[in-house]
Design a protein around this ligand. Structure first.
Ligand code: NAI
Length: 253
C-alpha cells in the first residue's frame, strides 16, 4: 500500500483526509496531538520545533507516495508562528521528505480563498522562506510589521505561489503538487477565523451558501489529487468553496 504522510492529520480537514485515505494507503499523521478516535498511525510532533521535525522524518517510511500539509493556524496566534506553521514549516518538511518521494508521488498543501501579498517584496518573502527557526520567523514578522491577521493571508499567498514554483521544479522527478483553497469549513479553526477576520465575513459565507463546508468535502478533493486519476493535474490552485467566491462576485462583493 502507498505511504502518505499528513501533517496536521489529527483534526479537521487533515483528519477527514486521513480517514478517507485509510481505505487504500498507509497513513502517518504528524500532529501536536494524537488523532481521536485513534486508529491510524500517528507521530506526535510540534512543527514549530524544527529539530524535532528532523528527527521524526528519520522515522518515516523509506518510500513516500504522498504528502498532505494541513497543519495550520488562524490569525489569532503570534504572527511569526502563523507564518512558520502555515508555510515555512511546510517548505522545511517537504525538503526533508523529498528524497523519499517516489516517481508518481503527489503533494497537496492547504491554501485558502483568503490571500494577500500585503505589498511585501519578493526578496523579503524569500528571506522568510529561508528562516531556519521559529525565532527568525518571529523576527521577520516584527521587522516587516506583519500582524497575525495579515500573517494568515500572507502565508496563504505564499502557499499559492510555492505551488506553482515547486510544480515546475518537481515535474522532472514526476512528483506533482497542488493547492486546495477552501472557504469556511466547520473545524476547530472556524471560531478562530471568526475572531481574527470578523464574524461578518464568516456569517456572510453561511448566509450566501446556507452552511459552511464539512471537512470531508475538502478531503474528497485532496484524496482525488493524490490518486492516479489526477495524474494530469499539476501546479494548480483549486478553490473548494461551494461557489462562495462566484456568488460574492455576482453580488459585487
Ligand atoms: P484544524 O485546527 O482542525 O486542523 C489543523 C491541525 O494542525 C490541527 O490538528 C493542529 O493540531 C495542527 N497543528 C497546528 N499547529 C501545529 C504544530 N505546531 N505542529 C503540529 N501540528 C499542528 O483546522 P483545519 O480547518 O482542518 O485547517 C487545515 C488547513 O486548512 C489549515 O491550513 C487552514 O488554514 C486551512 N483552511 C481552513 C479553513 C477553515 O475554515 N477551517 C478555511 C481555509 C483554509
Amino acid at each position: 500500500r502507498p505511504c502518505v504522510v499528513i501533517a496536521g492529520g489529527a483534526s479537521g480537514i487533515g483528519r477527514a483526509t486521513s480517514l478517507r485515505l485509510a481505505a487504500w494507503a498507509e497513513v502517518t499523521n504528524l500532529d501536536l496531538v494524537p488523532p481521536e478516535p485513534r486508529g491510524v498511525a500517528d507521530i506526535v510532533v510540534d512543527l514549530r520545533d524544527d529539530r524535532a521535525v528532523g528527527r521524526v522524518v528519520a522515522e518515516l517510511p523509506h518510500t513516500i507516495s504522498g504528502l498532505v500539509y494541513s497543519a495550520g493556524l488562524a490569525g489569532t496566534d503570534d504572527a511569526g508562528e502563523v507564518m512558520w506553521v502555515n508555510v515555512v514549516a511546510f517548505v522545511r518538511l517537504l525538503r526533508r521528505i523529498l528524497p523519499r518521494m517516489v516517481p508518481g508521488a503527489a503533494i497537496v498543501v492547504l491554501g485558502s480563498i483568503s490571500t494577500s501579498r500585503h505589498g511585501v517584496a519578493d526578496s523579503d518573502l524569500r528571506a522568510l522562506l529561508d528562516s531556519t527557526s521559529l525565532e527568525r520567523s518571529r523576527a521577520w514578522a516584527q521587522s516587516h510589521s506583519v500582524g497575525p491577521v495579515q500573517a494568515y493571508t500572507l502565508s496563504k499567498y505564499l502557499v499559492d505561489e510555492l505551488t506553482v514554483e515547486l510544480a515546475a521544479i518537481l515535474h522532472p522527478r514526476q512528483i506533482r503538487i497542488n493547492c486546495v483553497k477552501p472557504g469556511p469549513v466547520t473545524t476547530s479553526l472556524l471560531p478562530r477565523f471568526r475572531e481574527s477576520m470578523g464574524a461578518k465575513r464568516i456569517d456572510t459565507a453561511e448566509q450566501v451558501l446556507g452552511r459552511h463546508a464539512r471537512a470531508d468535502e475538502i478531503a474528497a478533493v485532496i484524496e482525488f489529487l493524490l490518486t492516479e486519476s489526477a495524474a494530469w493535474v499539476n501546479g494548480t490552485r483549486i478553490q473548494v468553496d461551494g461557489g462562495l467566491g462566484a456568488s460574492l462576485r455576482a453580488r459585487g462583493g
